[in-house]
Design a protein around this ligand. Structure first.
Ligand code: PFF
Length: 447
């Protein structure tokens, strides 16, 4: 099996493109708002450093040593019980499931880009009306823009690692960074920037419930694209003798800086124009458009740029969510890339439509079980169950199963004195943390 190689910069941009997604710009600010700011951000940052970093290296290592699809990599690297470990590899294919809702949200963003060219809603109730109408009645609009998202993602994936994924990221990621940096400079000159700073960085420990704690840890994994095979499949295309440690540090720092910058931009604007920071998933779709309206023409320009950046972030993550499955089909089922990409595209496209119907007032009741609709179930199962579980399995696999010498042969030199600390983290700290958090996210334990 032959996997094309990324260039070094191409790999970094693709990995950052995967990590920086809707999680950074849409989810991070609204969950920070919901769970009370500073203390939540601190737990998230600590998890990124203490657990996320070591699991990212573990996931990169599996891809890098395996040099093939996720399932094959687990099989090749397990010295014994290859048949059993193969099933762990299947967990890394679950990214395509995330696309059931991820592509739908990208569709909303496209819709908001079109809105930003015209008159934006002047008040929060008006903005709420537009958002709620889109959610509960706008089936046609949602399907239209979800189709656009499906077409772009599939077109990139059909072109493969070099001509598709690498090129796409090399253009969109620098553009996204430029937009966010520009917006950050803009808000730094506003009066309420310092208020946003203290909202995000001064912890109010009283608001850190056990749920907030678990959500912060879960989000740290989601935002770093861990546990879904994305980082793994990209690392299978790394040049030999690449430095995994440096690459993960780069990805983690860039991902974190972009999330923090997006949060600061959003909260400064919200405070400046007296809007609510704790608005839930509607934060960027409800509070923000009315803020942009209040800013006049500058607001329209900022709105277009902001939603474009959000779309770029979402699209570059999307390709990484589906690529592991495509590589699996190519490797194991001997499918051509075009056939694999189109069939996986259609797969998430169809279920995305089910997700859209599950939000609609007329059809929601048929697609709701146990108080959650299909859209929420997919989000819940992927973020709260599959992702931490797969992260846990990867840490255990690299910490206990892959031969020690093989792991050391790559990482010891790259890490130096840090190597024993990393090993301790993948063997003990990460599995325990992930296990506890997973049980909490599933509502099985409280702490
Ligand atoms: N990291 C992406 C985000 O923050 O939106 C989401 C994601 C992409 C998760 C790829 C997992 C993955 F494999």
């Amino acid at each position: 099996m032959k996997i094309a190689h990324f260039s070094r910069w191409g790999f970094l941009m693709a990995a950052v493109g995967s990590a920086v997604g809707l999680g950074n710009i849409w989810k991070f600010p609204y969950i920070t708002g919901e769970y009370g700011g500073g203390a939540f951000v601190l737990v998230y940052l600590l998890t990124v450093v203490l657990v996320g970093f070591s699991v990212m290296i573990a996931e990169m290592l599996i891809g890098y040593l395996g040099r093939r699809d996720g399932v094959g990599a687990f099989e090749d690297l397990a010295p014994r019980h290859k048949e059993r470990w193969k099933y762990a590899g299947f967990m890394g294919l679950s990214g395509t499931l995330v696309m059931f809702y991820y592509s739908v949200v990208i569709g909303w963003i496209f819709y908001y880009i079109t809105l930003s060219f015209g008159t934006l809603p002047a008040t929060i109730p008006e903005a709420e009306g537009i958002y709620n109408h889109l959610m509960t009645q706008g089936i046609g609009v949602q399907i239209f823009f979800h189709t656009l998202s499906f077409m772009i993602v599939t077109a990139v994936l059909v072109r493969g690692i070099k001509g598709g994924i690498e090129r796409f990221n090399l253009i969109l990621m620098p553009a996204l960074m430029l937009i966010i940096a520009g917006m950050l400079v803009y808000v730094m000159n506003l009066e309420n920037f310092s208020k946003a700073l203290s909202y995000m960085f001064v912890p109010d420990w009283g608001r850190l419930t056990s749920e907030a704690f678990a959500v912060a840890v879960g989000h740290a994994f989601f935002t770093l694209s861990l546990g879904m095979g994305a980082i793994m499949i990209y690392s299978a295309s790394l040049e030999k003798s690449s430095n995994l440690v440096r690459a993960s540090i780069f990805v983690i720092i860039t991902d974190t800086l972009i999330a923090l910058a997006a949060g600061l931009v959003l909260f400064t604007l919200l405070f400046q124009y007296g809007a609510e920071p704790a608005k839930g998933p509607g934060l960027v779709f409800i509070s923000l458009p009315s803020v942009f309206h209040a800013m006049g023409l500058v607001g329209n320009v900022l709105a277009v740029l902001f939603f474009l950046a959000l779309a770029f972030a979402g699209l570059t993550s999307s390709v990484s969510l589906v690529e592991p499955m495509i590589q699996y089909l190519i490797d194991r089922w001997n499918m051509s890339r075009i056939k694999a990409a189109v069939s996986m595209g259609l797969f998430f496209y169809v279920f995305g439509i089910v997700a859209i119907f599950s939000l609609n007032t007329d059809t929601a009741s048929y697609l709701t079980w146990g108080g959650k609709n299909f859209f929420d179930w997919v989000d819940y199962m992927t973020s709260n169950v599959l992702l931490p579980l797969a992260g846990l399995i990867m840490a255990i696999f690299v910490g206990y199963v892959v031969e020690k010498e093989r792991v050391a042969s790559v990482l010891q030199e790259q890490m130096g004195w840090f190597y024993p600390i990393w090993r301790c983290s993948v063997r003990y700290i990460a599995p325990v943390a992930l296990f506890v958090v997973m049980l909490n996210l599933m509502g099985l334990i409280e702490f």
